[in-house]
Unconditional design. Sequence first.
Length: 173
Amino acid sequence: MKWKGALVKMAEKSQLTTIKISDHQVIVIDRPGRYDICLISPGAEAKISGVFALSDQEQSEVEVEIHHQAPHTKAETTLKGVVGGQAQLKFVGRIIIDPDCGNSNSFLTERILLLSDKAKAEAVPDLEILTDDVKCSHAVSVSRIPEVQIFYLMSRGISRSDAEQLIVDGFLN
């Protein structure tokens, strides 16, 4: 299967970006804002991803709406964030499958890793399924680095800060 449009760069903060997909596309979200991704033709597929790292007192919100407007469509959406300092991150993900759009398949993942006690994060998934015969689900987590992972790496001679950085790098990749 060929993927057209290997990379679609996104718009500035708080601006609405609409992308209409009639074939196969990979979409990389690299800025805060609102993104409406519409699968408009039977057989259309999208792989959507976004990675965000915030520190100090930064604040970001990313809202992604995946709208299945044709049958036999597929979307896989993954949003990841790392939040340190007093930063705040909010992910809002929504999947809509219109009536008469059966045999559609959509999955939304929102994962956020908190690096400080003052960092804040929110992940809000939403599904609106208006037809039968679809496969649609979501997974969400907001968590801290488990201390046991830090301990394991430190027991192998890695400093605490290097251990944390290795875990963050692994999480984001």
